[in-house]
Design a protein around this ligand. Sequence first.
Ligand code: 2AM
Ligand code: CA
Length: 267
Amino acid sequence: MTHQEIYQLAKEWTYEAGEILRKAVTEQLTVEYKTSAADLVTEKDKEIERFFANKINQVFPTHFLLGEEGVQKDQAYQPEEETVWIVDPIDGTTNFVHTKANFSISVAVYVKGEPVIGIIYDVIKDEMFHVLVGAGLYINDRPAETALAEREIEEALICINHLWLAPNPYINEIKMQKMVGDIRGFRCIGSAALELAYVATGRMDGAIFNGLGPWDYAAGYVMLKEQGLVCTTTAGDVINPYQHSPILAASQALHTKILNDYIELKN
Ligand code: 2AM
Ligand code: CA
């Protein structure tokens, strides 16, 4: 099958999964803690990941699945040698449970280490960000703007989390506080994937995360790359798409400015 055909199927499956989640927000959910009360999982996270696992196993038995909930067990493979689907069945589970909006399904396909497909679906808004590398980034049926404005720091809107403005083990909070004072504003939508899609489409100018799973950023990374934007670790290094990573995404000039002036890592 061609990449174009895989892309079409991936979008169809994501819409189908979205339909399940739109129904689910009206139902009673079983919520469990994963690592803490701030890290939730519902039966729907597992159900949606299982949905993708079944589809992939049926249609692409040679492909692998790297999903947040780890429903596909017993896979031993070298990701750089294979076709790998990187899936977050619900990105922003806390929003899914509490606010019932601003959560997304994130699906990426990487072929032999290369980003090929990225899909981020805002289920409640019915807004799908999607890209097949080389064929352009789209928001539903509309091409996203390609020439994104290069904003000065005082005009920038940046996605960050409140955690990085308070004492924390990862990043110097004093410099982060300086940054939020210098920029136009900051936002935390609560779905890292959606935040990266917003940077890729120019709705936000940058995003900083201190610890994301591959499923949180893999699809966003494909979109940012297609748009000529920069996405690295918070140390400015190249990302290994199969590992947990801190992330800094922005246009070239802002990325350099944030890295040089506002980020000081603690370890
Ligand atoms: P998730 O909903 O798929 O867990 C919340 O600010 C954003 O950070 C969400 O996209 C959330 O993804 C992500 N995130 C990654 N690791 C997390 C963790 N350990 N606890 C809470 N949110 C996490
Ligand atoms: Ca998730």
